[in-house]
Design a protein around this ligand. Structure first.
Ligand SMILES: NC(=O)c1ccc[n+]([C@@H]2O[C@H](COP(=O)([O-])OP(=O)(O)OC[C@H]3O[C@@H](n4cnc5c(N)ncnc54)[C@H](O)[C@@H]3O)[C@@H](O)[C@H]2O)c1
Length: 314
């Protein structure tokens, strides 16, 4: 019987991984989360099927026993925001770098089978060429991007030096149900959903022509499960995107079309640390992990809007 641990499992992506594991028949799933940005509500319907530990990855002793003997640890816990890492670099550093180091140390000490790490496409920075390929030189533009990149390097070092199996997945702007829209640091599409339901203009930073490879959360959760099973991939790094590219203006136009509400966006100054364009080359993830995203942007956005509508009505 396999034991799985999801750090940050009460968050947006972590809770989707928890549900994907349960759907796949996992019987032992433990969540570690300090509820900094996550919510127990995200685990509501699965709460009876999992262990929930309110614990902090900055505290080795709090997490070591929970990780011990796990077959796979999905490490999602982080402060996942570029602007927040600029405004509050200290907690961001402590959680994203020191916390990740603790997770890897505890995984090594506890004989964990594999750590699958939530890396970030922000590590690339502004590349001269699109799509972005894993072999490209990284040029992080923010504390967050650098912190997530350090986590990748640590995964690779723990694999090469200590023989701990690790796989790093560079997520590209994940969106979908349960993404928390309540903070100015929230993901742009969750803010678009909130804006359209409240019938107010979102603020787009810059001219809206910046582009992203938006990836539906269920596709990311499935890829995590594939990364947990794949053979001969330890120490490797993979783009976990869709391969597409959508501008923020196009995304806002789609939200308006799907919702039948027309509201012009407001525009503000571009934000420090933001990358202009992002698009994944998924060749390596397809070849080694069997990555096969199922959701087109329009499908994913339709499902996401339905979920936000239901949540607002509840
Ligand atoms: N959402 C994206 O587009 C995206 C893109 C690239 C990478 N990522 C990475 O994916 C992961 C999940 O992000 P998300 O979008 O689900 O964000 P999220 O904020 O919903 O999830 C992060 C979770 O980590 C928890 N957490 C934070 N600090 C913690 C600590 N010290 N100890 C224990 N738990 C802690 C939070 O409470 C939250 O539940 C993060 O590692 C993030 O860097 C996300």
């Amino acid at each position: 019987m396999s034991r799985y641990v999801v750090t940050g499992g009460a968050g947006f992506i972590g809770s989707a991984i928890v549900r994907a594991l349960l759907r796949a028949g996992a019987s032992e799933v433990a969540v570690i989360d300090n509820l900094l940005t996550g919510h127990e509500l995200n685990l509501d319907e699965v709460r009876g099927s999992i262990e929930f530990h309110r614990a902090d990855i900055r505290n080795y002793d709090e997490i070591a026993g929970i990780l011990r003997g796990a077959d796979v640890v999905f490490h999602e816990a982080a402060i996942p925001s570029v602007p927040r890492s600029i405004d509050e670099p200290v907690p961001s550093h402590e959680i994203n770098i020191n916390g990740t180091f603790n997770v890897l140390l505890a995984a090594k000490a506890g004989g964990v089978g594999r750590v699958v790490y939530a890396a970030s496409s922000s590590a690339y920075g502004d590349t001269e060429v699109l799509p972005k390929v894993e072999a490209m030189i990284t040029r992080p533009k923010s504390p967050y991007a650098l912190q997530k990149l350090v986590g990748e390097y640590y995964c690779n070092i723990f694999s090469g030096v200590y023989g701990l199996e690790t796989v790093a997945l560079r997520y590209f702007n994940v969106y979908g149900p349960r993404q928390d829209p309540s903070s100015p640091y929230s993901g742009v599409l969750s803010i678009f959903m909130k804006s359209v339901l409240e019938r107010c203009s979102p603020t787009i930073f810059g001219d809206g022509e910046q582009s992203r490879d938006f990836t539906y959360v269920e596709d990311v959760a499935e890829l995590n499960l594939k990364a947990a099973r794949a053979k001969n991939v330890s120490g490797n790094l993979y783009n976990a995107g869709n391969g597409g590219r959508i501008t923020l203006n196009q995304a806002w136009a789609l939200v308006q079309r799907l919702s039948g509400v027309e509201i012009p966006a407001k525009y503000g100054p571009p934000r420090a640390g933001d990358v202009h364009d992002s698009q994944a080359d998924t060749t390596r993830a397809v070849r080694d992990l069997g990555h096969a995203p199922k959701f087109s942007f329009e499908d994913g956005m339709r499902r996401t809007l339905e979920w936000y509508r239901r949540a607002a009505a509840a």
